[in-house]
Design a protein around this ligand. Structure first.
Ligand SMILES: Cc1cc2nc3c(=O)[nH]c(=O)nc-3n(C[C@H](O)[C@H](O)[C@H](O)COP(=O)(O)OP(=O)(O)OC[C@H]3O[C@@H](n4cnc5c(N)ncnc54)[C@H](O)[C@@H]3O)c2cc1C
Length: 390
């Protein structure tokens, strides 16, 4: 049985796990990344239906670890304004980057482009060993180390094991950490469209009593849709022929981008809030969706994960490498993330409850609230700054 020693083993080489390994690239730590999927060596043609609104704080991290510079600029869409519509005509809240003294609020990136950029960085990092495709079979944690046995029998020993393995985290399950799950009974239906009118770099969102529709700008005359909706609408959307789906989505968004043509087939993801009571144990830490999930209405899931990377890498970088994995060190990471995670989960959950509600009083309140906020420049500026730097 081959035994390999590392300082840090990261289970999950998704966006957050890869970013963490790269953020530790310039340290003396010896790092392993274990990923169940084969490496994303080449990009398939076409557009990825999974896209992210990357905040300025996440952009700064991605620049610092060299991933942003590897992105193909023509696939990055800057967002200069955001319009949030109520479900009664004429009620709207608009955030303009210029109001916060900036040209862009955020950038829209495709998942697989960002994933490839991060993986290319991993290949060049001298202190990172990638095991892919590889799966863990067993985990044993003692006061000095974590011993991860792979399904091919190899054993990876480390002083810190990080679970970056997504919302259904295997690492979290091995540690018997049980999240409090709030299912929304909603799904995120995603698809990309070509449009006959320009989006002018504006992200649009419609809050309706039975769901939230978002149109995010993609390069040129294209946009990416995320429709958070209940199961009956998801079934209907997925069953539609491409032209029928395009006409339905165009009508739901008041035809603001003219006629639509489907360019990436629709897919659906279940939505839920995962509140994880502990994100560290001696020798173990959780990051990204393994540590928290949020409703995608604010597009902040991956940004929260990159916030975890900043915090954990920041603490590990200044600590003596002998203390990597110490519970007291990891508790500092946990405490540093608590407020940001609770706040984002609370805001997204509250908005989802307020907006996805057929109560007539709440319906009036949400439309009135949008108008009122739109007329309060100071509050708007604070909200814009918070969204940009989340
Ligand atoms: C419909 C929808 C829209 C969204 N839109 C946005 C948005 O606009 N903006 C935003 O910020 N966020 C958005 N999110 C959230 C975002 O997708 C997640 O927050 C983000 O992908 C989390 O990254 P992660 O690396 O933590 O986890 P994941 O992306 O889940 O990556 C986990 C990795 O671990 C690997 N893995 C899992 N188990 C194992 C195992 N046992 N062994 C080895 N490897 C394993 C997986 O193969 C994967 O590569 C959205 C989510 C949904 C569902």
């Amino acid at each position: 049985m081959e035994k390999l020693d590392f300082d840090v083993v990261i289970v999950g080489g998704g966006l957050v796990g890869s970013a963490l390994a790269l953020a530790l690239r310039d340290t003396s730590l010896n790092i392993a990344v274990l990923e169940g999927m084969p490496p994303p060596d080449v990009l398939p043609p076409g557009w990825d239906a999974r896209v992210y609104a990357i905040s300025r704080a996440s952009e700064r991290l991605l620049r610092r670890i060299g991933a942003w510079q590897r992105l193909d600029g023509v696939r990055v869409a800057p967002v200069s304004a955001m319009e949030i519509h109520g479900d009664r005509p004429g009620h709207m809240l608009r955030f303009d980057a210029l109001e916060a003294g900036s040209e862009t609020l955020t950038h829209i990136l495709e998942n697989r482009h960002l994933q490839l950029a991060l993986w290319q960085g991993l290949q060049e990092a001298p202190n990172v060993t990638v095991f892919s495709p590889a799966r863990p079979a067993a985990l044993r944690v003692d006061p000095q180390s974590a011993q991860l046995t792979l399904d091919d029998g190899r054993v990876l020993s480390s002083r810190l094991l990080v679970g970056a393995d997504g919302a259904n985290s295997w690492v979290r399950q091995q540690m018997d950490i049980v999240p409090a799950v709030t299912p929304y009974e909603q799904f995120g239906v995603v698809a990309n469209f070509a449009t006959t009118k320009s989006h002018h770099g504006i992200a649009r969102q419609w809050f309706m009593a039975d769901g939230i529709l978002a149109w995010l700008p993609l390069p040129d005359q294209r946009m990416s849709m995320v429709w958070s909706c209940y199961g009956d609408r998801r079934d209907a959307l997925l069953a539609m022929a491409p032209d029928e789906l395009a006409a339905c989505v165009s009508a739901a968004g008041a035809r603001e981008l003219g006629e639509l043509a489907l360019i990436t087939p629709a897919q659906a993801f279940p939505l839920r809030l995962n509140h994880v009571p502990e994100i560290v144990r001696p020798r173990v830490a959780l990051v990204g969706d393994a540590a928290h999930t949020v409703h995608p209405l604010a597009g902040q899931g991956v940004n929260l994960g990159f916030g975890d990377v900043e915090a954990l890498a920041g603490i590990l970088t200044v600590e003596l490498s002998a203390r990597v994995g110490d519970y007291l060190v990891l508790r500092r990471y946990e405490r540093s993330r608590r407020e940001a995670v609770y706040l984002m989960q609370g805001v997204c959950h509250g908005l989802q409850k307020l907006f996805n509600n057929e109560h007539p009083v709440l319906g009036g309140l949400r439309n009135w609230g949008l108008d009122l906020t739109n007329r309060l420049p100071w509050i708007k500026r604070q909200l814009i700054r918070h969204a940009m730097d989340a």
